[in-house]
Design a protein around this ligand. Structure first.
Ligand SMILES: [Zn+2]
Length: 258
């Protein structure tokens, strides 16, 4: 009877207990990728591992320690720890223009500078007149969506909620400017650039940086190098208060009044 931890000379395919334990120990430290493999034609000696329809990886083939079949053409690849793994992902996995979906990216931190308006408070809002006006939207701005949902960036989402609550029903139903809405039943527009388009459609007066004591304005602020999506906000220039999720005075200012 041969010892159990030795290979049976008659069965070379049978690993020893020690070999199995060593292999599982190596695996425990590995990075794991699952997918179908083919040679990488860009990187010498690399293998491309296609995980799904949106993602593939490129790994040096010497860094793939083991591959275990998990389907007809799919393998679980055990990659040496700390190997450089390149990843390529589709930018529009659902077929929509994901790059335009700035509501999914946090805006830069706001830094109020001397001379900037302050955030309007509930007390300030009490003094405003209700109505289907920019002032009326400022009055009901609540930093929330009626649908209760939130995105990493809510500047357009919460502002459009206020405009619709103030009575701008056209913004709530279909509008040529608005392509993206939140997924709750509130269906609020969520993109600042699309709010700019709507501001432009509504505007009787347009301008640049808002001057004091010129009434209420809908404002679109933009510095593409800082944040491609821009920022939508309301200002009460008489009281120098803004209503929205922030104020970016260092960006280009586009103001709209009606
Ligand atoms: Zn919403």
């Amino acid at each position: 009877m041969p010892p159990r931890d030795r290979k049976d000379k008659n069965d070379e395919s049978q690993p020893t207990l020690q070999e199995i334990i060593d292999r599982l120990g190596r695996r425990a430290e590995c990075d794991i990728l699952v997918g179908e493999a083919l040679p990488d034609r860009n990187f010498d000696n690399h293998t491309i591992i296609v995980s799904d329809r949106d993602t593939y990886y490129s790994v040096h083939r010497d860094h793939i320690l083991e591959a275990e079949p998990v389907g007809p053409a799919r393998f679980r690849f055990f990659i040496r720890p700390r190997s450089a793994i390149w990843r390529a992902s589709r930018t529009n996995p659902d077929g929509s223009q994901y790059l335009l979906a700035m509501e999914m990216f946090e805006p830069p931190k706001m830094l109020l500078l001397p001379g900037d308006p302050d955030a309007g408070t509930a007390q300030d809002q009490q003094k405003l007149s209700a109505g289907r006006t920019i002032e009326g939207a400022a009055k009901v701005f609540s930093g929330a969506c009626t649908g209760g949902d939130v995105y990493p960036n809510n500047c357009a989402h919460f502002l459009s909620n206020a405009f619709i609550q103030a009575g701008f029903a056209g913004l709530g139903s279909s509008h040529s400017c608005i392509n993206a809405r939140c997924s709750t039943s509130a269906r609020r527009p969520i993109r600042a650039r699309e709010m700019r388009c709507w501001f432009e459609a509504m505007a009787i007066t347009t301008g640049g940086a808002v001057q004091r004591n010129t009434g209420f304005w809908a404002v679109f602020q933009l510095d593409e190098s800082a944040y491609w999506g821009g920022h939508a906000v309301i200002i009460d220039s008489d009281n120098w208060k803004y209503y929205g999720t922030g104020w970016y005075s260092a960006w280009d200012q586009h103001s709209f009044q009606w």
